[in-house]
Design a protein around this ligand. Structure first.
Ligand code: FAD
Length: 471
């Protein structure tokens, strides 16, 4: 969306802003940019919210530089917005009150790999693909996979997950410790390398998912896992969505340690077939992946085939061929592009909710009814093992505003339904600006406790203001 103002509601007066920019340029030279193109490029991510550029973007190289930039910004009460790779979806990166954007892309060192303990410590700009490339020879890998090649700092800040979370957990389960620059420039560490600790408040969990509103993360210690000896993938199609979801519920209840279990509705299958040149039936479909020993994977796959059969699944096609699996999962990762190709010139506005798995079928069905009643095209795809699913609304190009009104209307009903079912307004994309309106409904009094924590750590509200909740 076009920029709707250069620093729309500036927090800092022009004289102070000039002094701050002069100080940052003196310290960081060309690494401190005021070019509008650079500032806009850092302000949007993949969101549908207005672009609100920061006043200056600084490429930081070290934790000490991050602390220095935060102290400089704090002196003038200027907001600070951390930037990873800009793949967030809910308007998290907009500099609503101007300020300084800190790009962490050049803080991309892998600080230590402890193969025996199966952990790694990285700087925030390391991306998940870079990390796994680095780890390949150790026989270990980091499983959290949001599809996009996001930064580990951004993934920690949004509490990201993705297709593997049903087996390996989300960033919440996989971050062991952090280093964080606070709003006053103090640098703290939280957690550590121990697999468990009962030592005081769990500050790691507080910062994971805080979307840059409490501090800038400068190092992350992560759990690692052994690369499985064998991997198999499978596809199974169902006549109706309930059959697919009931098969998922049975899989989880049986304790099959499935690595990925993705639901794709018939509209999304059509998009995938066209975009990835596949020829599956246009039916509710599960994409599955199993990890383990060769015999373990065979056992899991066989049992899964039986479960799918029980719930009306059709031909259970499975393979251990790496190239075939890669093609399947590439098609799954390309769903965003596949959606957009359904309506040339459009953009996808993605939303996500998460519900207890027993309510998943009902939630998806009601949502499909809402979409069809509005007469719009909106594919549904989900990490269903966790009860998490996405709807992609196709916006524009002919009537962008009209499309957005319809998308927001369906989205509101979806989120309220998910919360009423005991679920959440977002399973993984985060709150940003897009889900702020639902925080009160979801958290009640607890939202005030969040505000209290925020004010205690960031009394001048300089850390990514206007996200998650207002002060
Ligand atoms: C095609 C596509 C598919 C996606 N699929 C998924 C999915 O399956 N699961 C999922 O979870 N997400 C998904 N996402 C969303 C996105 O990839 C995640 O939210 C990701 O974690 C964002 O990381 P980033 O590095 O791009 O962060 P950014 O977009 O750069 O930043 C996101 C937020 O984190 C803050 N932040 C960034 N770095 C730091 C830091 N060092 N310290 C403090 N705060 C920081 C920012 O201020 C901002 O609030 C998808 C996105 C796309 C485009």
């Amino acid at each position: 969306m076009a920029a709707d103002g250069d620093g729309a509601r500036p927090r800092t007066n022009q004289a102070d802003l000039g002094a701050l920019i002069a100080q940052l340029k003196a310290s960081y030279g060309e690494r401190a940019s005021t070019s509008l193109a650079v500032r806009e490029q850092h302000a949007q991510g993949f969101s549908f919210h207005d672009i609100r550029p920061a006043d200056v973007v600084v490429m930081a190289k070290t934790e000490a530089e991050v602390a220095d930039i935060v102290v400089a910004a704090a002196k003038y009460s200027a907001p600070v917005i951390a930037y990873g790779t800009g793949t967030s979806i809910e308007g998290q990166l907009a500099a609503l009150e101007g300020g300084v954007c800190i790009n962490t892309a050049e803080m991309n060192s892998i600080l230590s790999v402890n193969a025996e303990d199966m952990d790694v410590t990285v700087e925030p700009g390391v991306t998940r693909k870079q990390l796994n490339e680095h780890l390949r020879d150790t026989g270990l890998f980091f499983p959290v996979d949001p599809g996009a090649d996001a930064s580990i700092g951004g993934m920690a800040a949004t509490r990201a997950s993705g297709t593997n979370a049903v087996r390996y957990g989300t960033m919440r389960e996989n971050v062991l410790g952090l280093r964080v620059v606070l709003a006053d420039g103090r640098v703290i560490h939280t957690g550590g390398r121990a697999r468990k600790s009962a030592a005081g408040y769990d500050l790691t969990r507080l910062f994971v998912g805080s979307e840059g509103t409490l501090g800038v993360i400068t190092a992350i210690t992560l759990r690692l896992y052994g690369i499985p000896e064998a991997i198999s993938s499978a596809v199974v199609q169902f006549d109706d969505m309930e059959g697919a979801v009931n098969a998922v519920i049975a899989t989880i209840q049986w304790g099959i340690p499935i690595a990925r279990i993705e639901f794709i509705d018939e509209v999304q299958m059509d998009a995938i077939n066209r975009y990835s040149k596949l020829n599956y039936g246009l039916k509710p479909t599960l994409f599955l992946e199993f990890h383990g020993s060769t015999s373990g994977v065979t056992e899991q796959t066989t049992r899964m085939g039986e479960i799918c059969d029980e719930f009306g699944g059709g031909d259970f096609q499975w393979t251990t061929d790496a190239e075939e699996s890669r093609r399947l999962w590439q098609a799954r990762h390309d769903v965003a592009f596949a959606c957009v190709a359904l309506r040339p010139g459009s953009q996808a506005m993605a939303t996500d909710v998460c519900v207890p798995i027993s309510r998943l079928a009902e939630c998806v069905l009601e949502t499909r009814k809402d979409i069809d009643a509005e007469g719009v095209v909106a594919p549904i795809v989900g990490h269903v093992g966790d009860g998490n699913f996405h709807v992609a609304f196709l916006i524009g190009p002919d009537d962008r505003e009209g499309d957005l009104i319809i998308a927001n209307r369906i989205n509101k009903k979806l989120v309220e339904r998910a919360i009423a079912m005991g679920g959440t307004s977002t399973g993984e994309h985060g709150v940003g600006q897009g889900k702020m309106a639902y925080m009160d409904l979801e958290h009640g009094e607890a939202l005030d406790v969040m505000r209290t924590v925020k004010i205690a750590l960031d009394p001048n509200n300089i850390m990514n203001p206007g996200k998650i909740f207002t002060i």
